[in-house]
Write a protein that binds this ligand. Structure first.
Ligand SMILES: Nc1nc2c(ncn2[C@@H]2O[C@H](COP(=O)(O)OP(=O)(O)O)[C@@H](O)[C@H]2O)c(=O)[nH]1
Ligand SMILES: [Mg+2]
Length: 685
């Protein structure tokens, strides 16, 4: 691919509800720019940006794909096609971190949908300039006006300005009018034409309105405007570009990706209005420092995506935040303290690798086989270390326990989980020390399922999933003592040991403590470690329900020994049994993990959500209000919340969100504890 300088670059993240036509639009744009020879479809599974086996199987985007295209020999548009489902928010966030604008797609029939609201909020969080495509104008019941109305209703603070108006709609969607230039374009070839007579007045009005927005951001234009002079299309574009950077207007553009109508004029406008990287942004460092996006700034590449390909190996996608990246460079990875020599710089078009000699500041590229590099690393020169602010990936919300399907899968389970989690930082895996289960956590059921299926299709490792065991713990709530005599005198050498032990509850999270209070030599101190060994052998497997024992003090205060038969093993047994007996006397309880959940839902769901949470033993800690949303803070036991992601979606039609954080362990209420203990005993048998 040709080289493009910073001023020629346009980085655009396509976001919005799943099914609004982003992937199809990219397909059309690639075809019209002659990057591809034919326009693929999602249904046939031959699009450039949905190339992953899982995406093809399910006909939806599951990860962000890059699609650079060269437009009118002057611009390089880096389109980032993102998935629309809430579970894949990590992909959307990383795309928004490396682009100057967010291009929100809405369906001309459905208008603003759940996914639109979610992704819009992420773009706002990044303070990105926004534009909207009212797509699928060719569909039955498509209506530009009602779609625009739904935008105004949902995001009232934004100033929406229609710049590409549809000519006709549904079957009769013929073309678009560019209000800025006051010109019409017909068909996918976008043949210039006269503005339909019925639209002339409307176009004039909006054009006039646009002059006002354009003038607001630019003193020179404002003077001209106030003196009653008309602004030229060029001048309006300059003003609108400034307004876009200041986030005071949101241009709205009509199109139909599938037929290609409106697509060329839309790409023209993107080239014209979207700010280039140096114009709109600074390089933000992790420590808050900023510097210019420029060739002579320190080299900084932010890795925003990693792909594990079984054949090519690791592919790292990055944005050249500043400096000039060239093939043959050695990049330094400060986090890992490693150097990575990159002989060939690439850019990716879907799964296709395109070679490039150099990448200018602001451009997006990739490199393979950088072993030490993970998502969110900054690559730089060793003499000039830089750490760029990374992608703020969401923390996982939903966990499953993973079991290898066969023995063969066991050995490869850990390494494939690591690779898939490297690829997507909103996925994490760990071995739970309490339950001994392998836990995979992500944003929701479909996120985790996709990961498991990807592991199957890419690495041929089959994994089964289950609801994780709750990592309960056991402890005692009062002081109690017990004694145990171990005596074995049949046949050969005998065994003898007697231990008197007292257990005391300890404060939460202070762990286990063993003390020796035997004075007067009833047991030789040489048996002190033997008794301790016996006691510790019980800690991991518990006494009442098979869970680890925590926060207990065990004091050996007396006992007896035999001059010949007392030996290590005898005191181990006596220690173990005395501990178990004392434990049962000391009012044992189960502890369960409690999490704090912050649940955000549209106001109308508040009542339902709270009563549902009450039913899950939740305790509301606070309520706050933000726009039309309620933010409910609640603590609740994990045991009741393992499927909350699906539950919240069902209760709010997908409009609820939540985060969670571990708080502490608390005593399981008696009746529930009895059930858990009974279940554990049954499993034992
Ligand atoms: N009628 C019509 N259908 C479209 C258009 N664009 C996409 N579609 C269809 O809408 C569905 C979802 O499209 P897709 O590109 O996967 O949407 P995405 O989830 O936003 O990427 C597919 O069945 C497409 O064929 C369009 O402009 N008009
Ligand atoms: Mg898609």
């Amino acid at each position: 691919m040709k080289e493009y300088t910073t001023e020629q670059l346009r980085n655009i993240a396509l976001i919005g509800h799943s099914g609004s036509g982003k992937t199809t639009f990219v397909e059309s744009a690639l075809f019209l720019s002659k990057a591809t020879k034919r326009q693929g479809t999602v249904e046939e599974g031959n699009t450039v940006t949905d190339f992953d086996a899982e995406e093809i199987n399910r006909n939806i985007s599951l990860s962000t794909a890059l699609a650079p295209l060269e437009w009118k020999k002057k611009y390089k548009l880096n389109l980032l096609d993102t998935p629309g489902y809430a579970d894949f928010v990590g992909e959307v966030k990383s795309a928004l971190r490396v682009t100057e604008v967010a291009l929100t797609f809405i369906d001309a029939v459905a208008g603003v949908e759940v996914g639109t609201e979610l992704t819009w909020a992420y773009a706002e969080e990044e303070k990105l300039a926004q534009l909207v495509v009212v797509n699928k104008m060719d569909r039955e019941n498509a209506n530009f006006e009602t779609a625009l109305e739904s935008l105004r209703e949902a995001f009232g603070d934004a100033q929406f300005v229609p710049i590409l108006l549809p000519i006709g709609s549904q079957d009769d969607f013929k073309g678009v009018v560019n209000v800025l230039e006051k010109k019409a374009y017909l068909g996918p070839e976008s043949t210039p034409a006269a503005i339909p007579a019925a639209m002339v007045e409307q176009v004039k009005e909006i054009n006039f309105e646009m002059m006002e927005y354009a003038a607001e951001g630019n003193d020179e234009l404002l003077m001209k405007y106030l003196e009653g002079e008309e602004l030229t299309a060029e001048e309006i574009a300059v003003g609108l570009r400034a307004a876009l950077i200041n986030r005071t207007v949101v241009p709205v553009l009509a199109a139909a990706g599938v037929s290609g109508v409106g697509v060329s004029p839309l790409l023209d406008l993107l080239a014209q209005l979207v700010p280039h990287p140096a114009e709109a942004t600074m390089v933000e460092c992790a420590d808050g420092e900023e510097f210019a996006v420029a060739e002579d700034s320190p080299l900084a590449l932010l890795v925003f995506k990693t792909m594990a390909d079984p054949f090519v190996g690791k592919i790292s996608y990055f944005r050249v935040c500043s400096g000039l990246a060239e093939g043959g460079n050695t990049f330094y990875n400060p986090r890992a303290d490693e150097n990575e020599r990159v002989s060939q710089l690439l850019t990716m078009r879907g799964s296709e690798q395109l070679q490039v000699a150099r990448l200018y500041p602001g451009d997006i590229g990739a490199a393979t086989k950088m072993g030490s590099v993970l998502t969110n690393d900054t690559l730089c020169y060793e003499e000039q270390p830089v750490e760029v602010r990374g992608v703020n990936f969401p923390s996982p919300l939903y966990s499953v326990a993973i079991y290898p399907h066969t023995k063969r899968d066991t050995s490869k389970m850990g390494s494939t989980l690591t690779r898939i989690c490297e690829e997507d930082p909103s996925l994490q895996w760990e071995q739970n020390p309490t339950t001994n289960e392998t836990i995979l956590s992500g944003m929701g059921g479909s996120h985790v399922d996709t990961a498991v299926r990807r592991i199957k299709s890419r690495f041929d490792v089959t994994l089964d999933t289950r609801i994780p065991k709750v990592p309960y713990k056991e402890t005692v709530t009062r002081t109690a003592s017990a004694r145990y005599r171990h005596k074995k005198q049949s046949g050969g050498a005998g065994q003898f040991g007697e231990v008197h032990m007292r257990l005391e509850p300890r404060a939460r999270d202070t762990g286990f403590e063993y003390v020796w209070e035997v004075y007067g030599g009833h047991i030789s101190t040489s048996f002190r470690p033997s008794v301790e060994k016996g006691v510790r052998s019980v800690l991991k497997g518990g006494v009442i329900a098979g869970y680890p024992i925590v926060d207990v003090l065990a004091a050996v205060y007396d006992g007896k020994e035999h001059p010949v038969d007392s030996k290590d093993i005898a005191f181990q047994v006596a220690g173990r049994e005395a501990f178990k007996a004392a434990f049962m006397q000391a009012s044992p309880v189960l502890l369960e993990p409690i999490y704090r959940f912050v649940v955000t839902v549209p106001n109308e769901f508040t009542g339902d959500i709270i009563s549902d949470l009450n039913g899950r033993r939740g305790r509301v800690q606070g309520m706050a209000q933000e726009a039309s949303k309620a933010i409910i803070t609640v603590t609740a036991p994990l045991a009741e919340m393992q499927q909350y992601a699906a539950n919240l979606r069902a209760l709010t039609q997908g409009r609820g969100m939540y985060t969670l954080k571990f708080v502490n362990y608390a005593v399981v209420p008696g009746n529930l504890a009895q059930e858990i203990i009974a279940a554990a005993q049954k499993e034992d048998e």
